[in-house]
Write a protein that binds this ligand. Structure first.
Ligand SMILES: Nc1nc2c(c(=O)[nH]1)N[C@H]1C(S)=C(S)[C@@H](COP(=O)(O)O)O[C@H]1N2
Ligand SMILES: [Mo]
Length: 254
């Protein structure tokens, strides 16, 4: 904040005024169109700084059932070739288990029944794909934080990696988020979409919903979670499929 006040003073050349003088004189200063432009710039700096500091835990907008898109398109992989996946799909994922590994005190496997037995969160949110489409859908599942609390993160853990069952363009799809998003209220491991179990096209049996980020972060076909201290040495090292392949931002904030 003091840095912002300093930069306001620098911009406005009001070093002698002091903050109260500056505030008192605001209306007068605001009336000058040139100064107003400068204030707007400072406002932008402040918005960015505020978002960086406290904005990460704010909730994504939630919608009502009436807002749900009649058609939620499927994108990226819509079918998984892996034989073990296909066998589990055929039997309703009865023997499927989520693997929780890496920097945790209790590495574990969780069958679907265990994920369904945890407290559930339901949210109607908008999915924004960088390819230029959006859709509003309803998601249900346990919070990722509940699973991480069961496993117990080690202090060195900084990232949660999502290992997926599909290959896209011949490479394994994967994604990762930091612990702010991992413990965000709306970050869930969804097994239901629009009041029905996830379909294969949308990521059955389990996908990530990390609602403050773009579509490519919403990993489908999640087979395993891995807590790591660094993303180096994992696939292309940039923390996600599109990050490695096409240089997309690792933090796809919206
Ligand atoms: N495993 C996996 N997850 C993925 C993808 C993918 O190809 N494979 N595509 C991503 C992209 S770019 C988008 S927009 C969304 C699409 O989710 P949907 O198919 O449910 O619309 O999934 C994301 N998660
Ligand atoms: Mo996307």
């Amino acid at each position: 904040m003091s840095e912002l006040i300093l930069s306001r003073r620098r911009l406005l050349g009001t070093g002698a005024l002091g903050l109260s003088g500056l505030v008192a004189g605001c209306d007068r200063i605001n009336a000058d169109p040139g100064v107003r432009g400068l204030l707007e710039q400072v406002g932008d700096v402040h918005r960015v700084a505020q978002r960086a500091l406290i904005g990460r835990t704010a909730l994504a907008k939630e919608f009502s059932a009436a807002d749900m898109s009649p058609l939620f398109r499927a994108n990226g992989s819509t079918r998984v070739a892996d034989p073990a996946y296909r066998a589990e799909l055929a039997r309703g994922f009865a023997g499927w288990q989520l693997q929780v590994s890496g920097l945790v005190h209790n590495p574990m496997v969780l069958p679907m029944a265990a994920l369904m037995a945890l407290p559930q969160r339901t949210q109607i949110t908008r999915h924004d794909c960088v390819e230029g489409w959006s859709a509003i859908g309803k998601w249900q599942g346990p919070r990722l934080s509940a699973v991480l609390k069961l496993a117990g993160l080690r202090p060195e853990a900084r990232y949660i990696v999502f290992h997926c069952a599909d290959l896209y363009g011949g490479r394994p799809y994967y994604e990762s988020i930091d612990l702010i998003d991992a413990f965000h209220e709306q970050t869930i491991l969804a097994w239901r979409m629009n009041d029905a179990p996830l379909t294969e096209a949308h990521g059955a049996p389990l996908r990530l919903r990390v609602e403050r980020q773009l579509g490519y972060k919403q990993a489908k076909y999640v087979m395993g979670l891995e807590a790591r201290s660094s993303l180096a040495g994992l696939h292309g090292g940039k923390g996600g499929y599109w990050e490695d392949v096409r240089g997309y931002q690792w933090y796809g904030g919206i």
